[in-house]
Design a protein around this ligand. Sequence first.
Ligand code: LLP
Length: 426
Amino acid sequence: MNHFEYRRNLLHAEDIPVSRIAKEVGTPVYVYAEATLRRHYEVFSKAFASHYTAGRASICYAMKANSNQAVIATFARLGAGADVVSEGELRRALAAGIPGERIVFSGVGKTRREMAAALDAGIAQFNIESLPELEQLNEVALAMGRRARISLRVNPDVDARTHAKIATGKKENKFGIAWSHSLDAYRRAAAMEGVEPVSVDLHIGSQLTDLEPFRLAFTKIGGLIETLRDEGIDIRHVDLGGGLGIPYAGEEPPHPDDYARMIQQTLGHLGCDITLEPGRLLVGNAGILLTTVIYVKEGEDKDFVIVDAAMNDLIRPTLYEAHHEIVPLWRAEDTAPRRPVDIVGPVCETGDYLAVNRPMPKLSAGDILAVCSAGAYGAVLSSTYNSRPLVPEVMVRGGHYAVIRPRQSIEDLIAMDVLPPWLKSG
Ligand code: LLP
């Protein structure tokens, strides 16, 4: 459910006609509905409060999905923690008011500097993905006179049945410690002075629309926890990653209630506290990207609708063959004829499209379109390719909106470059 709907045939974000935002802020622009962010967080946290009774459940928002300060601060006020993957994300989470003790640090390549910053911030847990990383964290913590709480991210070798570029739980993926090495890695960690293994971690992929891969992986993890306990490594906590999918094109992903029930069934007997790292689920359907039609070009076989947003603003269609619904701001009659068109941007790449062969009502220059479900992995993955400035982001709350990131200016873009001395004068 989200808060973008037609009222009197005009698309609204909560109580605001989005055409007003397009007019006042310009396009392209990302628009987020605060009520949807809150609702998704509440549905998810209630699911665990009601159905996971074996221990405490902490929700650490995977802020890579959308790291705007306003989005993180919205979740911080609801009590969320954060899953971070870089010093930049760590500092953004702290700046938005998420306390260190609610932060977990994931990712395969944490540097010494990042480890030290996270130890300084007193984070809850490092999710460690290799033996060299384990050894380095041990050294950094010892040098600082600290003991780092850790989880080993293990790779359960399970097929998440999602797009290959966002599947992370198979042994051929770079993520996690190989399943057959995991017991030994825990033994090594348990013998180190600078780290304390408190948890097991996994994340098998993103945009999963089926519970079975999760169930398989979580069952494996449960077995590992039992083996570790038998060895005297007393694991009382498990981090289950993120990955629960959202409907982009009529998919019916499991409800968080069913996800929480399945976790209770597969892991409840262990009595662990759990950490969850949802990203897309919290923000995906809370955002849209508004874009204006610049030209409609007739081709021999099909027409091209050329819009002012491009692959640099939303790369998901071309990178993951992702489907985003695209709707006009004025609702077209259900009976209006629709023709398949390619909706493309101005960037000089064949892969620059938002939709291919998409049945659309008749469109003309000046029409504004909303690209739906763009709140996750939209703005954060944007770039300035073709010297196109980063687009603004807006958050709506009820009948008000605020610009939460202004449009980058071309002057700012140019000012990021520095001429070497030999090109400066003359
Ligand atoms: N935890 C870890 C360790 C992760 O690597 C990720 C996502 C998450 C949690 C959150 O997953 P989510 O709940 O959002 O599925 N750019 C891609 C998605 C990349 C996901 C990377 N890791 C896309 O646009 O589909």
